[in-house]
Design a protein around this ligand. Structure first.
Ligand SMILES: NC(=O)C1=CN([C@@H]2O[C@H](COP(=O)(O)OP(=O)(O)OC[C@H]3O[C@@H](n4cnc5c(N)ncnc54)[C@H](OP(=O)(O)O)[C@@H]3O)[C@@H](O)[C@H]2O)C=CC1
Ligand SMILES: CC(=O)C(=O)O
Ligand SMILES: [Mg+2]
Length: 588
């Protein structure tokens, strides 16, 4: 596979590869028209002032009943609105009441999407002020169901669809998007949507949801965000037969055809938006994700929050242990063990392993399943990101709990994770914390969670520290309330993106991801730990994001990949001051 891109580049099969517009294109902003020469086609953009009915229909500027008397006169709104003026606060109260009346999460999702299309600022005000309540609606788990039913609930496009039909004209397609100054793109090809598999073109719900979090949690302007779905077909038989399916009705393109389209896309994005546009690869299947990241991380500002938070978790933890203990990375990797569908990853399997698993193939006799692996390795932390629900069985949790008992605690703890692995324990408060098994069931949505919060607490007799990818409610066990954490990349990517934007970063390095993790960890309070929580609450996410952004930006400056100069002295203040706030603006 590694040669696929090389063949495409060498064969010049897609674009006339202009080195400035593809690789090594310098640091200045390069926008399409500015580069146009006489023989290049340009888009005839015009700008007009919205007023009257069109102002009410423009989600960016619509304020519903909050238009003042003066604004109603000045903008030809008289008679188009009932006489009452309703403040944004009251509108928010009314909408939250309406949303709470829906019993079915998908109804809440649809009503929020309608709000986003009607009144963007009110949508973000709701999301920011009620983040813990609404995050599970616009994001996992409900967004998963929304993607599964996207064809039926689809009303208006919320992002760009680039299918095989657009091959050869992707640059023109990008110019059809109404916004010009794009700073963050989330792109999927829909092949691995959460743990729900191939949802083809209907994966669009994910980039839309992720970017709404870039804005709500990270403060990136909504107009600077562009959701994109690349449609190369789907192998989902059910969707292929579904009369409401919105994507190409064909099996997935692979190999050269796939990579040519992706290469044209990546080149066109850079040509149209410049080098500082962030491209987040989202929910690509592993067989493409690793290669795409490896190919473009040296020429574009890209990251993949799935694999850089999947087996990437293992790598980042090994890096952090190495950083803190000064032990070589090869040694710290040995503290982390992975289990895949064939059992423990061990050196005797090395020849048949995919490349990204090889660094984790340590010396050990073969173990065929997770239970056997837990018994053999005696991990202190069990992290699941297998996409397969219910795999942390009672026996697995009991085995984990028993090897993390004060009476049996190893003097030299090793730590588990991913596919399933082992991690260094973070900042124990006391010997009591050292006794606690840590269980992280990261797979989304809730149906794919490796175990529920209730199972983790019950099976470990209340000793587990538990966090999951999709949220679970607090659990009562033996008279005590346990508050599960939400271990989701939503803590990281919004602040991470903001940090890249405020520093004008042109590349992403692993150290920057580590800087983001460290900033997040520093926001966990003693009060959180005392409640058994290893994450801060989402209600403080804007503050967390500002700290993450500042740490990421600082690292970008340190590594010499930041272009926004001079470096602001106080990066936290700088991040905060750059954050979008959704309060209504006054119109002249
Ligand atoms: N909480 C969060 O922030 C995030 C959560 N996720 C979630 O992670 C999940 C997986 O994503 P991704 O890594 O892309 O998925 P993949 O399907 O690409 O990888 C899953 C891995 O799990 C292994 N596996 C499958 N079944 C088992 C099993 N029964 N026992 C042990 N290992 C098994 C597979 O093994 P093999 O290689 O042998 O097939 C494979 O290596 C998804 O549900 C996604 O929602 C992803 C990103 C972030
Ligand atoms: C959270 C996320 O990115 C995933 O489940 O894929
Ligand atoms: Mg994902």
């Amino acid at each position: 596979m590694e040669s696929t891109f090389k063949e495409i580049r060498d064969g010049q099969s897609v674009l006339d590869l202009d080195p400035k517009s593809t690789v090594g294109g310098g640091v200045e902003d390069v926008y399409g028209e500015d580069r146009a020469t006489e023989d290049k086609l340009v888009t005839p953009w015009t700008f007009s002032v919205a007023s009257g009915y069109s102002l009410l229909r423009d989600p960016q500027y619509n304020k519903g009943l909050a238009f003042t008397e003066k604004e109603r006169d000045a903008h030809y709104l008289r008679g188009l609105l009932p006489p009452i003026i309703l403040s944004q606060q009251l509108q928010e109260k009314k909408l939250m009441q309406n949303i709470r009346q829906y019993q079915v999460p998908l109804q809440k999702y649809i009503s929020l999407m309608e709000l986003q299309e009607r009144n963007e600022r009110l949508f973000y005000k709701l999301l920011i002020d009620n983040v813990e309540e609404l995050l599970p609606v616009v994001y996992t788990p409900t967004v998963g169901e929304a993607c599964q039913k996207y064809g039926s609930i689809f009303k208006r496009p919320q992002g760009l669809y680039i299918s095989l039909k657009e091959k050869g004209k992707i640059l023109e397609v990008l110019k059809n998007w109404p916004e010009r100054t794009i700073q963050a793109i989330v792109v999927t090809d829909g092949e691995r949507i959460l743990g729900l598999g191939d949802l083809g073109c209907q994966g669009m719900g994910i980039p839309v949801g992720k970017l709404s979090l870039y804005t709500a949690l990270g403060g990136v302007r909504p107009s600077a965000c562009l959701p994109i779905t690349i449609d190369v077909g789907t192998n989902n038989e059910q969707l292929l037969k579904d009369e409401f399916y919105i994507g190409l009705r064909q099996r997935r393109a692979t190999g050269k055809e796939y990579y040519e389209l992706l290469h044209e896309f990546m080149s066109a994005v850079k040509q149209n938006y410049g080098e500082k546009v962030l491209i987040q690869f989202e929910d690509f299947a592993n067989h493409n994700a690793f290669e795409l990241l490896a190919e473009y991380r040296t020429t574009h500002l890209v990251f993949n929050d799935d694999i850089q938070a999947g087996t990437g978790i293992a790598e980042l933890i090994a890096l952090e242990i190495s950083k803190q203990t000064k032990a070589p990375l090869e040694e710290t990797r040995k503290k982390i063990w992975l289990v895949d569908s064939k059992g423990l990853i061990v050196s005797s399997r090395k020849d048949s392993l995919q490349n990204f698993k090889k660094p984790w193939a340590h010396e050990h006799e073969p173990v065929k399943d997770l239970l056997g692996a837990v018994k053999a390795i005696k991990p202190t932390v069990l992290i699941g990101s297998s996409g397969v629900g219910k795999t942390f069985t009672k026996e697995v949790v009991e085995a984990l709990a028993s090897c993390n008992d004060v009476h049996t605690l190893s003097q030299n703890p090793v730590y588990i994770f991913k596919l399933y692995f082992h991690k260094e324990k973070a900042k124990p408060n006391s010997i009591n914390d050292m006794q606690k098994p840590i269980i992280m069931a990261l797979s989304n949505p809730t149906s794919q969670s490796e175990c529920t919060a209730e199972e983790a607490y019950t099976w470990s007799k209340g000793r587990a520290i538990f966090a999951s990818g999709s949220p679970f409610d607090p659990v009562e066990y033996d008279g005590k309330t346990y508050v599960p954490g939400q271990s989701n990349n939503a803590y990281i990517f919004p602040g991470f993106g903001l940090g890249l934007i405020i520093s004008g970063a042109i590349r992403v390095h692993d150290e920057m991801l580590l800087a983001a993790s460290e900033a997040l960890a520093s926001q966990v309070t003693k009060e959180n730990f005392d409640k058994g929580m290893i994450y801060p609450r989402f209600s403080t996410i804007r503050k967390i994001s500002a700290h993450i952004a500042a740490n990421v930006a600082a690292k970008a400056y340190e590594l010499g990949v930041a272009t926004r100069l001079p470096r602001p002295k106080d990066l936290v203040k700088c991040a905060e001051s750059c954050m979008y706030t959704p309060v209504y603006r006054n119109y002249r």
